[in-house]
Design a protein around this ligand. Structure first.
Ligand code: FES
Ligand code: FES
Length: 170
């Protein structure tokens, strides 16, 4: 069986957090397994593995996507961003990450990477997103620890901080 599996592997090239990467994967390999086990991007978590919890959310070509429902073979040529790609520079937190820390928006942290990716995507697409839109974005993620209120507080604080950082329109 392992010989058959090896024979079926093929090479995939894509961009992960701004870096071109190449990997080999079987047709059945999930993107979560490829990025976590082969490429070391372990910030992306795997919860339900069937598209419900949102823990595995990554950004693919500008869209938040469940990586547990994505085959590695599907991302040939894509631009992928994971939670590791949110840091503005190594060791520095983005305003969204800093707000999560400040507002205690995580406890075990299992859901956090996926929520950060979804909210980061929302704020880049819709800097003026309403609280309702923020809540809808977060509704795609299960969190068993926080009760969600600190997550919404952190998201609103991050949105305000991001707006302050932006240069005023000329
Ligand atoms: Fe992908 Fe739960 S692990 S949605
Ligand atoms: Fe534990 Fe969200 S912080 S599941």
């Amino acid at each position: 069986m392992s010989k058959l599996s090896r024979d079926a592997e093929h090479e995939i090239a894509f961009t992960l957090n701004g870096r071109r990467v190449r990997a080999r994967a079987e047709p059945r390999t999930l993107l979560t397994d490829l990025i976590r086990h082969d490429l070391g991007a372990t910030g992306t978590h795997v919860g339900c593995e069937h598209g419900v919890c949102g823990a595995c959310t990554v950004e693919i070509d500008g869209e938040p996507v469940r990586a547990c429902l994505t085959l590695a073979a599907q991302v040939e040529g894509a631009e992928i961003r994971t939670v590791e790609g949110l840091e503005p520079s190594p060791g520095e937190l983005s305003p969204l990450q800093a707000a999560f820390r400040e507002h205690f928006a995580l406890q075990c942290g299992f859901c956090t990477a996926g929520i950060l990716i979804s909210l980061d995507n929302l704020f880049r697409r819709r800097p003026d997103a309403s609280e309702q839109e923020i809540r809808e974005q977060v509704s795609g993620h299960l969190c068993r620890c926080t009760g969600y209120a600190p997550i919404i507080r952190a998201a609103l604080a991050a949105q305000a901080a991001i707006r302050e950082e932006e240069p005023a329109d000329a």
